[in-house]
Design a protein. Structure first.
Length: 111
């Protein structure tokens, strides 16, 4: 399967930092979508530890692995995962062409 999402160089650098600073062995990051928030869904990131790659869509870039939860696949197709760092905050962002709307705080979205 083609990559479900693309991953920016900024996101790769940040994931490498996260993995290297983890207190235990980390295989990569898991990307999921949960039903929550005022607009319906929110992106969820977690450490991938002892992860069975056969249960995920796996994207590899520059030595890192991103495990996509199967239930999140349809929400993420065509998206770009990026990392933004500005004066007030640092965060992963998803540029998702499938989003119809998002809440004012930017924490949740609707498809």
């Amino acid at each position: 399967m083609n990559n479900i999402i693309t991953v920016s160089d900024n996101a790769v650098r940040q994931i490498k930092k996260i993995i290297s600073s983890a207190s235990s062995k980390v295989d990569g990051v898991i990307v999921d979508v949960d039903k929550t928030g005022c607009s319906g869904y929110a992106y969820k990131l977690d450490y991938a530890k002892n992860t069975d790659p056969s249960k995920y869509e796996v994207i590899e870039k520059d030595g890192i692995k991103i495990f996509i939860e199967p239930k999140a696949t349809m929400f993420l197709i065509g998206s770009e995962m990026d990392y933004m760092n500005d004066k007030l905050s640092s965060r992963f962002v998803f540029n998702n062409p499938n989003e119809k709307s998002s809440c004012g705080c930017g924490e949740s979205f609707n498809i």
